[in-house]
Design a protein around this ligand. Structure first.
Ligand code: TGC
Ligand code: FAD
Length: 402
């Protein structure tokens, strides 16, 4: 579980007045002791274990599986769940975990998001007691890895029209269809798969090795290269009733999981943006052009100020979202606004940092291009920017424009 450390999250040199350039409004000062402890512990893991290897993982298209025991021992898997050997942390803590991990790399945060919000959460929220006892403690310990299959090849934005289906045969279900772009798919021991049934959409728990189930890894990605992404194929896979989630029928099931994961992403991408700005502050202070540091140019300062403004706004938005979540008042539209705003913020900042590094910006030796490429996935998955904009439009007008 989370332990105290001396690490400082996103350690930064102070600005002129002593303000932290990565936390201008002092969000950290708003945190309670437990929240600070969690942030410090994850920051230390990122600084000591993730940052030293992440560039080569990205270049080699390799997910660092060796980190799983450390993620688990800090209590980061299923951290919001109470009981079943999980840490039972509040929403702010889950947000901070995502933020610090994504300061390292979106792929590592993705792994934790999928395990926690998309696999452990539905088992916890909709599973039978037997399913919870069977899977959650092992998932918290990182002994059992999960994936979440919702998106299909013919179109992920409209899961209501999924083609994967299951029908009853005696006491069992028989599942057919395919899923696409599934994080953790090729390394997962357990897939939470959503399929149409005569009763509506249901969730199926399918273990690796089930006859007729395969999960080949997707190659040639230029984004999230330190993460495993797979397709899932189901050819007459027989699933006993005991492996169906009993607590939910309909699209509400998978969309409730997405709400949890989108919440974490809204915090996570702040970490990626902070990593980019941190590197740019150092670079522009030391690179001399036209006889002065790059940072002495007005246009450069305006661009840095713009980044700080947008990071600050995103931090305050995420913190208020967490307060709403902990109070049980968070609505899907709140999450859509935060996911849209914060992903757009982080992607724009990563791209601008890439530009301000000049030619060096195209090298993976500098973090912005890696974050930029990762964020192209992050702004797409868990609902594209357009999907979240239309969700808010529907909230404002009452008119469904999808
Ligand atoms: P709609 O009519 O809006 O809703 C159907 C039912 O679901 C309920 N609902 C929700 N429940 C919980 N949380 C939410 N956020 C919910 N949104 C809606 C709703 O009340 C209704 O319930 P009921 O009981 O009345 O039936 O459904 P729609 O068909 O109009 O679709 C709406 C839309 C377009 C917003 C939805 O389909 C959507 O969000 N599409 C985007 C799909 C998406 O985000 N896929 C992500 C796949 S997973 C992934 O990307 C993982 S990446 C992870 C990583 O690596 O980090
Ligand atoms: P489409 O739905 O085909 O959309 C194409 C374009 O059309 C987008 O720009 C979209 O915004 C736009 N569009 C769609 N509908 C409308 C509309 N009504 N009006 C205006 N514009 C519209 N999925 C999972 O289930 N599990 C995972 O673990 C997972 N991990 C992923 C990991 C990675 C690296 C990536 C890239 C994706 C992952 N996804 C996962 C899939 C992801 O959720 C989908 O890619 C995403 O939901 C979009 O679906 P799509 O790719 O089919 O695009």
């Amino acid at each position: 579980m989370v332990k105290a450390t001396a690490a400082t999250p996103a350690a930064a040199s102070p600005a002129r007045t002593g303000l932290d350039p990565l936390d201008l409004y002092g969000v950290r000062a708003q945190l309670n002791d437990e929240e600070r402890l969690v942030q410090d512990s994850v920051a230390r893991l990122v600084d000591q274990e993730i940052l030293p290897i992440i560039q080569s993982c990205f270049e080699e298209h390799r997910f660092p599986k060796e980190l799983i025991p450390q993620l688990a021992s800090l209590g980061l898997l299923g951290s919001s769940i109470r009981g079943y050997d999980c840490a039972g942390l509040n929403a702010v803590c889950y947000g901070l975990i995502c933020q610090e991990l994504e300061r390292g790399d979106s792929g590592i945060r993705s792994f934790v998001s999928v395990q926690s919000s998309l696999c452990m959460y539905p088992i916890f929220a909709f599973g039978s007691e037997e399913q919870k006892r069977r899977y959650l403690p092992r998932m918290a310990r990182g002994e059992l890895i999960g994936c979440f299959g919702l998106t299909e090849p013919q179109g992920g934005s409209d899961p209501a029209n999924m083609k994967t289906h299951a029908s009853k045969r005696g006491g069992d279900w028989v599942l057919n269809g395919s899923k696409m772009w599934i994080t953790n798919g090729a390394i997962a021991d357990l897939a939470v798969v959503w399929a149409q049934t005569p009763e509506g959409i249901r969730g199926f728990l399918i273990e690796r090795g089930a006859s007729g189930f395969s999960a080949p890894e997707i190659q040639h990605k230029f984004s999230l290269r330190a993460s495993v992404t797979a397709a899932l194929f189901f050819d007459n896979v027989v699933v006993p009733e005991s492996q169906v989630l009993p607590g939910v029928t309909g699209l509400r099931g998978p969309l409730s999981c997405l709400t949890q994961a989108r919440y974490g992403i809204s915090w996570g991408v702040i970490g990626a943006a902070q990593a980019c700005l941190r590197q740019l502050l150092d670079y522009t202070a030391t690179r001399t052009l036209f006889g002065r540091p790059l940072a002495a140019n007005q246009t450069i300062q305006v661009r840095l100020a713009e980044m700080a403004r947008r990071i600050t706004a995103a931090q305050l938005l995420a913190l208020q979202l967490a307060r709403l979540k902990d109070a049980g008042a968070m609505q899907p539209a709140h999450v859509s606004l935060a996911k849209w705003n914060n992903c757009r913020m982080a992607l724009d900042i990563a791209r601008d940092c890439r530009d301000m590094l000049g030619g060096a910006g195209i090298s993976a030796e500098y973090a912005p291009i890696r974050h930029m490429l990762n964020l192209e996935s992050v702004i797409t998955y868990e609902g594209t920017e357009s999907i979240h904009q239309l969700s808010i439009g529907r909230e404002l007008t009452g008119i469904n424009a999808f």
